[in-house]
Write a protein that binds this ligand. Structure first.
Ligand SMILES: Nc1ncnc2c1ncn2[C@@H]1O[C@H](COP(=O)(O)OP(=O)(O)OP(=O)(O)O)[C@@H](O)[C@H]1O
Length: 558
């Protein structure tokens, strides 16, 4: 419908005075409007009741189901007055599309994209929990709030939304092979829905998010968006062919691997599967933290200048290889320096003590003296101490007393990194016990997150290695980051919560009777593996009891 269709729009609808036009879509127009009595300012979405695509009528039915969720606009009133179907909703700010265009940047920065990922996945988790699919995920339908909610992303435009849980039977809608009209948008609708005519379900909303994120990080955007909106059927068919032929590895070349993993994950879901929203929110949070950004999903626009001041060694024992990840905003020089330091970090330049055989260790060196001497060195350091796996190599002028956040990492990540580094120089079990207790303290100290982050897994890797045999190659446990895994299980293979609870309860019991460092090493490995495969990767009460038991047992074994 053209904007002329609104030429006869009255100044007042349902006690609202209509002022500025905020935007128009295919089926309706949005106005800033003031309530005549309360003065409340809202966004009034109006549509001709006879419109061929009466989306306001659908939205009126769905909005009530979505009230109360973070990032869901409040519906104040809705109805029909004269020939106008209207909805009064929260007045919001710019859409992500508008912000992105106005920035005139080729790509969006990684931190903003991670925040969008965390927030939009959380919005979909909420919508899906209310039995509603969005079915039109796109940048124009994700908008930021107005102050004080400008860091929150809101979902709008539920004109194509649909209940996937039948309100009468309470069952999931059925799949169907029947030919159906396409509902969604050209750019981000999933390949299944757009190119193969499949019935949309939760997985397709998530796949659209994955495509949107990849689009934001790709110079000139997704390949099929580059020729603009198709004007003929032929052009549309070509676009669909292009879209369905693009492989995830091609779309995500040069992006952090989480994006390809996420896209593959969405594509692997079955029609009725519930996506593991929490896992992917965690993954994108970890990705941001790993790149030196705060542990937060707040969308801050314009993005603050990146202040990456520390470079961390990779998980241990990985062969020297160029990282796939090229993070927008980080220079190639920094990447190269990081690679060189990674290589240095992987060189075993000093003999490794073994915990089973204590004599060579005592004779080897007074490791702590070296460590203390290192602590006093408060000027620029680039890996001066005997290099060990998991050593944190800082390119920073930070002294030991410097506040962790000054180094551009979250305090939790920073402290876990340092503890992992300390493990490498522990010379006896009593020292290991002490470090394990410190690990517990750090995890418990950050109430907001008892999730085992990448740094937490790196700590368990280092502990496992120290307990089994520091001279032996051990694969890291955290399977979602490294593509290899101890178990050989695919990364998506999660275990139900009861499996984790059962294993951890057994570990808590058995740790008291463990008779050797090797037995403890196996338990650490089991603990890491089961936590990695559980959704949420949180440490339970039993998990902490196991770690405390482990520290006690190390003390006893001496
Ligand atoms: N609550 C709101 N507050 C401020 N601006 C809004 C609001 N809702 C929508 N807009 C603006 O109006 C535009 C159109 O809104 P919306 O997508 O809901 O309309 P539509 O007719 O359903 O569009 P489409 O053709 O995309 O389906 C949005 O891109 C946005 O810029």
């Amino acid at each position: 419908m053209s904007t002329n269709a609104y030429a006869d729009l009255p100044r007042y609808i349902a006690n609202y005075y209509l002022s500025e036009n905020l935007g128009s879509g295919y089926s309706g127009s949005i106005y800033r409007a003031h309530h005549l009595h309360s003065g409340k300012v809202v966004a009034l979405k109006v549509q001709d009741v006879n419109h061929e695509c009466p989306t306001n009528r659908y939205e009126r039915r769905l909005y009530p189901l979505l009230q109360g969720g973070l990032g869901m606009p409040t519906l104040y009133t809705a109805g029909v007055e004269g020939k106008w179907d209207y909805l009064a909703i929260d007045l919001l700010g710019s859409s992500l599309d508008q912000l992105y265009r106005r920035s005139k940047k080729e790509t969006m920065d990684l931190r903003s994209v991670c925040c969008i990922a965390m927030q939009v996945i959380a919005r979909l988790e909420f919508m899906h929990s209310r039995g509603v699919l969005h079915r039109d995920i796109q940048l124009g339908n994700c908008v930021v709030g107005l102050p004080p909610n400008e860091k929150t992303i809101y979902m709008i435009d539920f004109g194509f939304s649909k209940q996937y849980i039948d309100p009468h039977t309470r069952r999931h809608i059925p799949d169907s092979k029947a030919k159906r009209d396409f509902i969604g948008n050209y750019w981000f609708s999933s390949v299944g829905v757009h190119c193969r005519g499949k019935v949309p379900s939760r997985r397709d909303d998530l796949e659209a998010v994955a495509l949107m994120l990849i689009h934001l990080l790709t110079p000139r955007g997704l390949p099929w968006t580059r020729n603009g909106v198709p004007k003929t059927d032929e052009e549309h068919e070509r676009l669909k062919r292009n879209k369905s032929n693009c492989r995830p590895e091609d779309l995500c070349r040069n992006l952090p691997e989480e994006f390809e993993d996420f896209l593959r994950y969405c594509k692997s879901l079955k029609f009725m599967d519930r996506p593991d929203y929490e896992r992917w929110i965690d993954e994108f949070r970890d990705l941001a933290v790993d790149n030196g950004f705060p542990d937060s999903d707040e969308f801050i626009w314009p993005p603050p200048q990146p202040t990456i001041t520390s470079v961390k060694t990779p998980p241990p024992f990985s062969p020297l290889k160029l990282p796939r990840t090229i993070v927008p905003g980080r220079t190639v020089v920094a990447q190269e320096v990081e690679n060189i330091l990674r290589g240095l970090g992987n060189l075993a330049l000093v003999p490794q003590p073994t915990l089973q055989d204590k004599s060579p260790m005592r004779a080897e060196m007074n490791q702590r003296a070296v460590e203390n001497a290192y602590k006093e060195d408060s000027v620029r350091r680039i890996a001066p101490k005997p290099i060990r796996v998991h050593a944190v190599i800082e390119i920073s002028s930070g002294s030991e007393d410097e506040k962790p956040h000054m180094l551009g990492r979250t305090p939790k990540a920073y402290r876990l990194d340092r503890l992992a580094a300390k493990l490498g120089s522990a010379t006896d079990n009593a020292r290991l016990a002490f470090i394990v207790l410190e690990f517990i303290q750090v995890l418990k100290g950050y109430n907001s997150s008892r999730t085992l982050t990448k740094e937490g897994f790196a700590f368990l890797d280092a502990l496992h290695k120290q307990l089994s045999d520091p001279s032996v190659f051990v694969l890291p446990m955290r399977t979602s980051r490294s593509r290899s895994s101890n178990s050989g299980l695919p990364i998506d293979q999660k275990q139900p919560a009861h499996v984790k609870l059962g294993v951890v309860a057994r570990l808590k019991r058995d740790v008291q009777n463990a008779s050797s460092s090797r037995a403890l090493a196996r338990m650490v490995s089991d603990f890491g593996t089961v936590t990695n495969k559980s959704s949420g990767r949180t440490i339970t009460k039993d998990g902490f009891a196991f770690l405390e038991g482990l520290a006690a047992r190390l003390e006893t074994l001496g």
